[in-house]
Design a protein around this ligand. Structure first.
Ligand code: ZN
Length: 298
């Protein structure tokens, strides 16, 4: 089973099946004469990614970077494996995530403490050789011979999050900075496991909106043609969740009761289908709760 789709002139979505399901983890290829693969996915996805790259004419000579939008395991954990097949390719990662890509033990332990055994579904997790790791710079533009990739640091979902923008295509690769998208119903919900920072996330969304993108590509999952509208709606959604969580904590509600309040006020969240523990509404809610608890102590 091989699945990929052209999103815009220079961008291809590669859909590696996860646990036999398509439409869960999105990998994007930006293709000029040289190429960048964004979010290679976990180790179990890499055989599919390699096959797709070969079919798309990407060789070890012209794959410049593997660029995880952030180092969460479902986005980045297979990088080490892909680099074995592409030894000349470098990893382009936010400086706050680079040490964890070289030594992922803390990252894996952190994920296990939140998601339990679900982490094992990603396959073997290993470090990327130190000399292959390059730290990105905010707003840097990388020339791929025929197309440009701009790096935009977007903290919020995590402190080490970056989005990739292709100005020629007016297309933005969001990672998890724009929430989770369900292309079937056209709805977006937060994907905000702790540690999440809603204020930084909203600043990052403002920055992305100021680019006036046409298309936005989500890691989970697919793309939309009305990027600005979606990003603005998501910003309002984060504001809404934040307000409800802060009021509910004052009312001493339990997380379950808070979630009921949220779904009563946010029809998108009420309709979203659950596809993985990492993106369940309760995990996203915990990101907001921990943030507001922390804020009330400072
Ligand atoms: Zn993430």
């Amino acid at each position: 089973m091989m699945s990929y789709d052209s999103i815009s002139e220079h961008i291809v979505l590669i859909d590696a099946p996860f646990q036999g399901k398509l439409g869960v983890l999105g990998t994007y290829l930006i293709q000029g004469e040289t190429s960048v693969i964004v979010d290679p996915g976990p180790t179990v996805s890499i055989p599919h990614i390699e096959k797709s790259l070969r079919a798309l004419g990407v060789s070890g000579e012209n794959l410049l970077f593997i660029a995880p939008t952030h180092i969460h395991l479902d986005h980045s954990a297979g990088s080490w494996r892909l680099m074995q097949a592409y030894p000349k390719t470098r990893l382009l990662v936010h400086p706050r995530g680079s040490s964890h890509m070289k030594d992922p033990r803390k990252l894996e332990a952190g994920a296990r403490s939140l998601f339990g055994d679900a982490v094992s579904e990603y396959g073997e997790i290993k470090g990327v050789p130190v000399p292959m790791v390059i730290e990105s710079k905010d707003n840097e533009e990388i020339d791929l011979n025929g197309v440009t990739m701009k790096v935009i640091w977007t903290p919020g979902h995590s402190s080490h999050h970056q989005c990739l923008y292709v100005p020629e295509d007016r297309t933005l690769i969001l990672g998890d900075a724009g929430g989770r998208y369900d292309p079937m119903f056209g709805i977006v919900t937060p994907t905000t496991p702790p540690p999440f920072n809603p204020e930084k996330a909203m600043d990052s969304l403002d920055q992305l909106i100021s680019l006036r993108p046409e298309k936005a590509c989500y890691s989970h999952f697919g793309f939309t043609n009305n990027a600005v509208q979606r990003l603005e709606a998501h910003k309002n959604q984060i504001l809404l969740w934040s307000r409800i969580v802060s009021e509910s904590l004052e009312d001493q509600l339990t997380p379950k009761e808070i979630l009921t309040r949220i779904t009563a006020n946010d029809s998108d969240t009420a309709r979203m289908r659950n596809d993985h523990v990492e993106r369940s509404p309760m995990i996203s809610l915990m990101g907001f709760i921990r943030y507001h608890e922390w804020k009330s102590t400072v």
